[in-house]
Write a protein that binds this ligand. Structure first.
Ligand SMILES: [Zn+2]
Ligand SMILES: [Zn+2]
Length: 419
């Protein structure tokens, strides 16, 4: 039987995985500087959590979840996004009782049953942040800035922040009425999905990608024109803060984001080319209560790492590929081979990466192996060198070679590693 990798998943092989490590490292370092702490939640949760936390009428819950029943008859779902789990953990651990705000981040795989294409996998990876316990517009701006800086530190060009306010439970119903009033006489022009959204969630029609729907919604009543005083001043202050942080943004009054729980600020990071939307987020002031916690505001984002990599590739940005080994120890003769074992140990103890031959290859074969693994140095120990307590060290890129004291090898390689 031929085993195949499941559709929409990837093996990250050596040479590729280093790019992921690099991106993750950048995200972690940025979070450290913005004072966000990492949280790791399980890959699966009770199905009901996502129904509640993501929203019954979303595509994710309606069509895309990996749901299964475990041996105990419980319905579980592989997480399709990061926020619901983080909120569950915030509520369950009663973190809301501690001094606020709480600033968290996560990096890891998510699962959605979608048609796989470039930058879109069924197991995909997100870097996300969530902040609880403040409605301050300055925090909205900090979160957006953090996402924007993530792309900047990776060297991505032309990332745009699109910004909108989707209002709150006080002003949204008014806009909703106006929207239904406007859309109902035009419903023949809406796509099938939007037709069913008309009663349940008409705002979602605003960001339908269907051509005919777009034409209909172009002149539809805009949420930003119906914001209550609170939402209006909040939105203005978010923009003021973004300007202070020098984060360039454009207003996109049609953007509502796919998830039901957003209130006020909604944003997206977009880029020209195949990646399109890199990710986004928004404020979710009602979500903690929805998940069984107290009234507690929140804001966050989730950024797709596959799409980030796709955009980096499209811009021809080289990420560090495979890390070679610092020193490959070539030993010839039984005594030298024994000494090589402790040499490797010494090299590793001072922080260098080291490897040697395990296949009894001759000198030429060992040299080839060193080349193939991208070794910086080859250290050659023959019976003669061993007797004189010396070793030959060759820098492979330059061909430069010198003979040094055997007990100086670890220091020598460590020094070379630094320059
Ligand atoms: Zn409002
Ligand atoms: Zn539509």
């Amino acid at each position: 039987m031929d085993f195949r990798i499941p559709r929409g998943t990837m093996d990250l092989m050596p040479g590729e995985v280093e790019k992921w490590q690099y991106i993750e490292e950048k995200a972690r370092d940025l979070c450290r500087r913005y004072h966000f702490s990492e949280v790791r939640t399980p890959l699966f949760e009770q199905t009901e959590l996502f129904r509640r936390g993501v929203g019954e009428t979303t595509d994710i819950v309606e069509k895309e979840m990996y749901t299964f029943t475990d041996q105990g008859g419980r319905s579980l779902t592989l997480r399709p996004e990061g926020t619901a789990s983080i909120v569950r953990s915030f509520v369950e651990k009663k973190v809301y009782g501690e001094p606020q705000p709480t600033k968290w981040y996560y990096i890891g795989p998510m699962y959605r049953y979608e048609r796989p294409q470039a930058g879109r996998q069924r197991q995909f990876h997100q870097f996300g942040v969530e902040v609880f316990g403040t409605t301050a517009p300055g925090m909205d701006a900090e979160v957006i800035d953090l996402g924007f800086q993530f792309y900047r530190t990776l060297g991505l060009d032309g990332v745009k922040v699109e910004l909108n306010s989707v209002g709150c439970p006080r002003c949204r119903p008014i806009h909703r009425e106006k929207l239904i009033e406007y859309l109902t006489p035009r419903k023949e022009e809406l796509c099938k999905d939007c037709l069913s959204r008309l009663d349940r969630n008409p705002m979602r029609i605003l960001d339908c990608k269907n051509e005919s729907c777009r034409e209909v919604t172009e002149k539809a009543p805009r949420m930003v024109d119906h914001l209550c005083d609170d939402c209006k001043s909040h939105f203005e202050e978010v923009q003021e803060n973004l300007q202070l942080l020098d984060v360039p943004y454009v207003l996109n009054t049609q953007m509502v984001r796919g998830l039901d729980y957003y209130t006020q600020t909604a944003f997206e990071f977009v880029i020209e080319g195949g990646a399109g939307s890199l990710g986004g987020g928004g404020r979710y002031n009602g979500l903690v209560e929805e998940i069984g916690g107290p009234e507690m505001p929140g804001i966050g984002f989730g950024l797709g790492l596959e799409r980030t990599l796709l955009a980096l590739e499209e811009q021809g940005l080289e990420l560090p590929a495979r890390y070679g080994v610092d020193c490959y120890v070539i030993a010839l003769g039984d005594d030298a081979k024994k000494r090589a074992i402790s040499l490797l140990k010494e090299l590793r103890e001072v922080g260098c990466s080291a490897d040697r031959d395990y296949l009894d290859r001759k000198m030429k074969g060992q040299m080839k192996a060193a080349d193939r693994m991208g070794a910086r140095y080859a250290a050659i120990l023959g019976e003669n060198e061993l007797k004189e307590n010396r070793i030959k060290v060759k820098e492979l890129a330059t061909g430069n070679q010198e003979t040094i004291q055997l007990d100086r090898l670890a220091d020598y390689i460590r020094q070379g590693r630094k320059d």
